[in-house]
Design a protein around this ligand. Sequence first.
Ligand SMILES: NC(=O)c1ccc[n+]([C@@H]2O[C@H](COP(=O)([O-])OP(=O)(O)OC[C@H]3O[C@@H](n4cnc5c(N)ncnc54)[C@H](O)[C@@H]3O)[C@@H](O)[C@H]2O)c1
Length: 143
Amino acid sequence: MITVKKLLDTKSNQEIWAVRPGQMVIEALEVMAEANIGAVLVMDGDRLVGIFSERDYARKGIIYGRKAQKTPVAEIMKAETYPVSPEMDIEDCMELLADKPTRHLPVVAEGRVIGLLSIGDIVTTLVNDQTVLIEHLEHYISH
Ligand SMILES: NC(=O)c1ccc[n+]([C@@H]2O[C@H](COP(=O)([O-])OP(=O)(O)OC[C@H]3O[C@@H](n4cnc5c(N)ncnc54)[C@H](O)[C@@H]3O)[C@@H](O)[C@H]2O)c1
């Protein structure tokens, strides 16, 4: 079993990218472009209040004439998030991602956000894990 914590520890960059709900969408897009990521957490102090992704801007922003310079993140972010715990099995995270309208899962421990996992993190890890298992089985069969 691979836990959320184990996967989080392997991330090359441990920084959590976040914006405040009152910041303008353009600032969130700038953070995403600079960090080369697809979503930012929306934090009101230590409190997680939502998540804002490129998809949110594509679907709810510009096509409704909401200008990135004049629209607060809170207006088009997703307020519903799907937090996971450090102990959770990443196979269960994959199920959650398949089931819910999100590509990013905040990791929360004792009420505090300690990281974020994307669908890419989870799929890559599960595929690598399966590949190692297959190699072991092939080795076992051929020896
Ligand atoms: N090789 C790998 O291990 C790996 C891991 C993840 C993604 N990817 C690739 O990157 C591309 C996009 O990935 P994606 O769709 O999963 O999402 P993404 O672009 O949002 O995430 C890319 C990476 O940034 C991290 N990240 C994203 N938002 C973050 C935030 N707010 N705070 C801290 N970290 C944050 C994710 O955990 C992930 O590791 C895809 O092509 C995917 O295959 C590769």
